[in-house]
Each structure stands twice: as structure tokens, then as C-alpha cells.
Design a protein around this ligand. Structure first.
Ligand code: WQD
Length: 339
């Protein structure tokens, strides 16, 4: 029996693949490498000593997904595959709705045909929009501010309705806060295409000399130092949360939504300071205008994850920064050319 990782060659997918293999579990990866590099598979093998079975497919393709399920005994799925750039989703909403929602629908239909009843979904704190209060609990109001966020919200609803119609289906919705860092080997990490949207890869590209300085998007937010506050979580802690979520799904039915965060909020300038302290490097920055759509503060109430999954984050902000730098300094241009 195997765990299918759709989008398993991506940043979070590859880290989850390493933790699953290291835990002795059999996995299959389905990825079209549209936003990841085939070289990741070699790195997963180098870290774990085992090469996962990989299908280079579009999860939206009924025929391709049918082949995966026909050739493997899949007893659970972790669904990472999807477009995830907020800005791109605003420019190309139909591409995002078509890809991200149809991938979820096609996956559920294929799972049903093959009697696979357990799914963990890669959701996001973005479904909370601009929270009225922090820390954020899972029963907080949800409202999205961009099409990418709405695809996560709508996929959660599709999964919830599917579970309501099929009592045997077990769904765990994992709402990630801000994943950063990299596996301690420095062999896998966050490798965004083009100019990084996210804070940490931008900082590591400044550190490695690919960018001149960090632009800090606004210092007039309602936070302790005026810069945006977020809940940064080590990607390895996040990956381990998926193993707990799979175990929960295997032993329960219905729908469980869980925040995966540390419960600690750090500002942009806190992160710059933590990165400099962890690496001994200087990160030049300039205060710039706010980025459209950004919110003041967002961090998790992590209680449900501990209560329901028996999981909590354990790695601190300096380890997150040090591991991110270890990845970037060993891979100044990431995995190199994407497919
Ligand atoms: C963090 C903070 C920025 C870059 C996004 C997505 C979310 C999720 C995680 C997928 C903010 C500031 C950033 C820079 C900066 N992705 N910043 N200069 O926006 O919290 O969340 O990634 O699920 O859906 O929205 O993360 O890393 O982009 O920004 O000052 O060059 O860093 O303003 O305060 P964000 P981020």
C-alpha cells in the first residue's frame, strides 16, 4: 500500500516525501514539474537511499491519474498539486480556478473508483483573509482576498461536500501558515521561479548575491515595529505534520481542519535580524510601499493540531533561517533549469 503525493516534487511535497520514506512508508509521486525540478527526485533518493516511483503527469488528466491508481495500491493521498502564486492568480484567475479545482475534483473521482478513502489536503492560512483577531482558530471566519486563496477555500468545500456524501471518506484540511527553511542536508529547499514572491527566498537570494537588497513592503502596519507579522514554520516540522495527518485520516472519517503553525508571530524586521544572527551575514534592506493585499498580522492558534493530531512545531526561527541559508549557499541557483 502506498501514499500518493500529488505535487510531491514541490517545496513542501519533497520535504514530506523525505519524511514519509524515512518513516518506512511507500510513496508514489505524481507531478508535472510545471513548478518543480525533476532533479528533486535524485535529491530525495540521495537523502533517503530510496527512489520513489514518479509519474510525470497532470493531475487534471483523468487518463493519467487512472493509470497511477491502476498501477499502484494507493491507500491515502496527500494533495499538494496546484498553482500557488497569489499575484499570478489575480492576473490569470480562470487558469487558477480551472487547474486547482479540477485537479481536486479529478482526484476525488479517481479515488472513489479505486476505493481510496483517505485524503490530506494542502490548504493555507490564506483562507482566513484578514483575520479579525489573532491568534487564529480553525473556526475563524474565512474570506479570501485573491483567486489563489479562493481556490483553496473552494477545494476545502468540495472535499467537505464529498465527505458529507460519502461517510467512509476521511478528509484532513491542513492550513499552512508560512513554511520556510529546508532539510538539514541542504539538498532540497524552496526554489521559486523568477523573482521570489516570498520573504525568506528573497532574503536568501540577497545573502547569496543574486539580489542587491530586500525591499520591506511597508512599515506602517499595526504591529510592534510597523512591518508585517506572520507565523513562520519550519518546512520539516510542517512535513512531519503530514505524517500525523495521514495517520489521523486512516483512523477516522469525516472532515478535520487543522492549522499548521507555531503560534508565534514574527515581523519582517524580526526575520531579518534572526537571519543575520543565525548566519552572521548582513541583509541590506529598504522600506518600500505596502504590497497590495498584504495584511497586518497573521499567526495560528496551534492547539487543535496538538489535540487532534498529537503534533506541534519544534524548530525555532534561527534554525529555520540557518537551514534556509544552508540550502541557498549550497544551491545558489536552486535546482537549475526547470522542465
Ligand atoms: C511575508 C511578509 C510581506 C517579500 C504568502 C501567500 C500565502 C502562502 C504563504 C501559499 C509580508 C513581507 C515579503 C518581500 C517583504 N502561500 N515581504 N518583502 O504574503 O504572508 O503569504 O505565502 O499558500 O498564501 O499569500 O508570505 O513571504 O510573501 O510575505 O517585506 O520581498 O514579508 O509584506 O509581511 P505571505 P510572504
Amino acid at each position: 500500500m502506498a501514499v500518493l503525493l500529488t505535487g510531491g516534487a514541490g517545496y513542501i511535497g519533497s520535504h514530506t516525501a523525505v519524511e514519509l520514506i524515512s518513516d518506512g512508508r511507500s510513496i508514489v509521486i505524481a507531478d508535472n514539474f510545471s513548478n518543480s525540478s525533476p532533479g528533486v527526485i535524485d535529491r530525495i533518493e540521495k537523502i533517503t537511499g530510496r527512489r520513489p516511483k514518479v509519474y510525470d503527469i497532470d493531475v487534471c488528466s483523468p487518463e493519467a491519474l487512472e493509470k497511477v491508481f491502476s498501477e499502484n495500491e494507493i491507500d491515502s493521498v496527500v494533495h499538494f498539486a496546484g498553482f500557488k502564486a497569489v499575484g499570478e492568480s489575480v492576473a490569470k484567475p480562470l487558469m487558477y480556478y480551472e487547474n486547482n479545482l479540477y485537479a481536486t475534483i479529478n482526484l476525488l473521482k479517481t479515488m472513489k473508483r479505486h476505493g481510496t478513502r483517505r485524503i490530506v489536503f494542502s490548504s493555507s492560512a490564506t483562507v482566513y483573509g484578514n483575520p479579525k483577531t489573532v491568534p487564529i482558530r480553525e473556526d475563524a471566519d474565512r474570506y479570501c482576498t485573491n483567486p489563489y486563496g479562493w481556490t483553496k477555500y473552494m477545494s476545502e468545500q468540495i472535499l467537505t461536500d464529498a465527505a458529507n456524501a460519502d461517510p467512509e471518506l476521511s478528509v484532513v484540511l491542513l492550513r499552512y501558515f508560512n513554511p520556510i527553511g529546508a532539510h538539514k542536508s541542504g539538498l532540497i529547499g524552496d526554489d521559486p521561479s523568477g523573482i521570489p514572491n516570498n520573504l525568506l527566498p528573497y532574503i536568501t537570494q540577497v545573502a547569496v548575491g543574486r539580489r542587491e537588497f530586500l525591499g520591506v513592503f511597508g512599515n506602517d502596519y499595526n504591529t510592534h515595529d510597523g512591518t508585517g507579522v506572520r507565523d513562520y514554520i519550519h518546512v520539516v516540522d510542517l512535513a512531519k505534520g503530514h505524517l500525523k495527518a495521514i495517520d489521523y485520516a486512516m483512523n477516522n472519517s469525516g472532515v478535520l481542519a487543522v492549522n499548521l503553525g507555531t503560534g508565534i508571530g514574527y515581523s519582517v524586521l524580526d526575520i531579518v535580524k534572526a537571519f543575520e544572527s543565525a548566519t552572521g551575514l548582513h541583509i541590506p534592506y529598504r522600506i518600500q510601499q505596502r504590497r497590495s493585499g498584504d495584511i497586518d498580522a497573521c499567526f495560528a492558534d496551534p492547539a487543535a493540531a496538538l489535540e487532534k493530531l498529537g503534533w506541534k512545531a519544534s524548530l525555532g526561527i534561527e534554525e529555520m533561517c540557518a537551514s534556509a541559508w544552508n540550502w541557498q549557499k549550497n544551491n545558489p541557483y536552486g535546482y537549475g533549469e526547470k522542465k
